[in-house]
Write a protein that binds this ligand. Structure first.
Ligand code: NAD
Length: 512
């Protein structure tokens, strides 16, 4: 009964109610010049004060002090903190998921899924806190031990995009915290409210951790609010050894150059242009379902969204008939309504970019089979579009962050793989086939050149256990599972001489 009442309450909670329920002071999201609008109806839901370069420098100084304290806390104790953060997220899932939907427009099920992803990475990081393994190495010198140890790195600057406003920060911060690093987060200027919420949940966790008798420094997690200039101040600061940046390719190019200029490290998660190959042996029903979620989920605003579909000529007409029929049944509308599959685009610029891409596609010989038109006049809602292209022309090679699926025909498997790889981006890819030779060839050295390659699964919706990221213009970074934690630590090779002689490596003699 109490649960039902709570859920009922959630359904009427505004962004302001949710922020207040997390303990965020109203002054933190009112009276400032950074206006935040909900893409659901364009209403203003926040006006935040922005930070400047001086504030960023002060945050970095505070983080450096926090680092000196946090790095000496044993990693499993740091893991206990992340365990508590995961518990707090579990308790806040409904409200935070709803805030994600209100602020970035993804449907509620995906908003909740994003918070679940945060919980999953916390669980992963807790286990990891006892597994930050190094190596022992055989020494060529008698009486010597060699080993490789991983030490905390220092302050991590996280710059995130609007479309995954909370999960990306958590992928970075849960690992950074167990690795012994503080985090300064510059969220997207389009979605800063969810960052305030995450920070409030963080502060609540700090309180619990302290009440349990543990020490944790102030400034372990900080949020800086603003646009590109604030991000730039963070990337330029030599006391931030790692910048983890998620966003468009032009942003990544700018960040990479600044960070490389000061010989820092960057971890880049940039744009994708993801493809599916459907061969003549494919289970077409499964393929249609995967195409639908891949191409229209999050209104086509995922880095892993399916944007290019290569279909074998023998099944092209049949598959396209099913895809266009399925598209006509998609419900576009308010993302808080459980029947909606496609919510709004983030803003007008996004809508304009979609219209421009559709115009270019028709100029390049494409035929719009379905969608592309605006729905209603409040917010920027669109019918997702499918465009049949005669070839992979320029517009297809460009990532337009909107629900446009370009479809092309192929004759041979080799031709399909070559087309799939012939774009500047290299994030996610997949093949639908029941032919084991095709499946394994797709995953072989001569197959997909992407960071993610799937068989009989669409390109989006990755689990946190694997390393996430892509090649080429996608930036080469890897976040989340597997051994991505190594990004947040520095490697040290250690040699201990426990003998009474001092032999030199490679047999060098150097005696006085
Ligand atoms: P964006 O590039 O416009 O902004 C991303 C972030 O970078 C924002 O916080 C922005 O303020 C900041 N920024 C912009 N220029 C900067 C600069 N010169 N220095 C420092 N910071 C700067 O991206 P967006 O529109 O928010 O997100 C959509 C893009 O993000 C798409 O291209 C999408 O594919 C990509 N993305 C990639 C991944 C991934 O994991 N590969 C995940 C999500 C989104």
């Amino acid at each position: 009964m109490a649960e039902a009442a709570r859920l009922m309450k959630d359904q009427t909670m505004s962004a302001k109610d949710i922020l207040k329920s997390f303990g965020v002071a109203e002054t933190a999201f009112t009276g400032g010049d950074l206006k935040v609008h909900s893409p659901i109806d364009g209403a203003e839901i926040g006006a935040l004060k922005q930070h400047n370069a001086k504030d960023v420098a002060a945050a970095v100084e505070k983080a450096s002090k926090a680092f000196a304290e946090w790095r000496v806390v044993p990693a499993p104790v740091r893991g206990e903190f992340v365990r508590l953060y995961g518990e707090e997220l579990r308790a806040s899932k409904d409200e935070l998921g709803r805030l994600v939907t209100i602020e970035c427009g993804k449907i509620l099920s995906e908003g909740l899924g994003e918070v679940q992803e945060m919980i999953d990475i916390c669980d992963f990081a807790v286990g990891l806190s006892r597994q930050l393994y190094g190596l022992t190495i055989q020494s060529e010198r008698p009486g010597h031990h060699m080993r490789e140890t991983w030490q905390p790195l220092g302050t991590v600057g996280v710059i995130s995009a609007f479309n995954f406003p909370v999960a990306v920060w958590c992928w970075n911060s849960a690992l950074a915290f167990v690795c012994g690093d503080p985090v300064i987060w510059k969220p997207s200027e389009k979605t800063p409210l969810t960052a305030l919420a995450c920070q409030a949940i963080f502060e609540r966790t700090v309180k619990r951790f302290r009440e349990a008798g543990h020490k944790i420094p102030d400034g372990l997690s900080q949020v800086v609010i603003g646009g590109r200039e604030v991000g730039q101040a963070l990337t330029e600061n030599v006391h931030v050894p790692l910048i983890s940046a998620t966003g468009s390719v032009p942003m990544g190019r700018a960040v990479a150059q600044v960070v490389a200029g000061r010989l820092g490290r960057s971890l880049l998660e940039l744009g994708g242009n993801n493809a599916m190959i459907v061969t003549d042996s494919a289970d077409l029903d499964m393929a249609v379902r995967a195409i639908l979620f891949g191409a229209v989920g999050t209104a086509g605003q995922r880095c892993t969204t399916l944007r290019r579909l290569f279909v074998h000529e023998a099944v092209y007409d049949k598959l396209l008939a099913s895809v266009t029929k399925a598209y006509q049944a998609i419900r576009v509308g308010n993302p808080l309504d459980s029947k909606t599959l496609v919510g709004p685009l983030i803003d007008k610029a996004s809508f304009d970019a979609m219209q421009s891409a559709l115009k270019q596609a028709t100029e390049q010989g494409g035929k719009i089979l379905v969608g592309g038109d605006r729905v209603g006049s409040e917010g920027y809602y669109v019918h997702p579009s499918v465009v049949a292209m005669p070839k992979q022309s320029d517009v297809v090679k460009h990532e337009t962050f909107a629900p446009i699926l370009y479809v092309m025909k192929f004759k041979t498997f080799e031709e399909a793989v070559a087309l799939q790889n012939d774009v500047p981006q290299g994030l996610s890819s997949c093949i639908f086939t029941l032919n084991v030779r095709e499946a394994e060839s797709f995953l072989s050295v001569a197959g997909s050149d992407c960071g993610i390659a799937n068989v009989n699964i669409g390109p989006s919706g990755a689990e946190i256990g694997g390393a996430f990221g892509g090649e080429k213009e996608t930036g080469g970074g890897r976040e989340s599972g597997s051994d991505s934690w190594r990004n947040y630590m520095r490697r040290q090779t250690q040699t201990v001489n426990y003998s009474s002689a001092l032999p030199l490596a490679q047999g060098v003699v150097f005696d006085v």
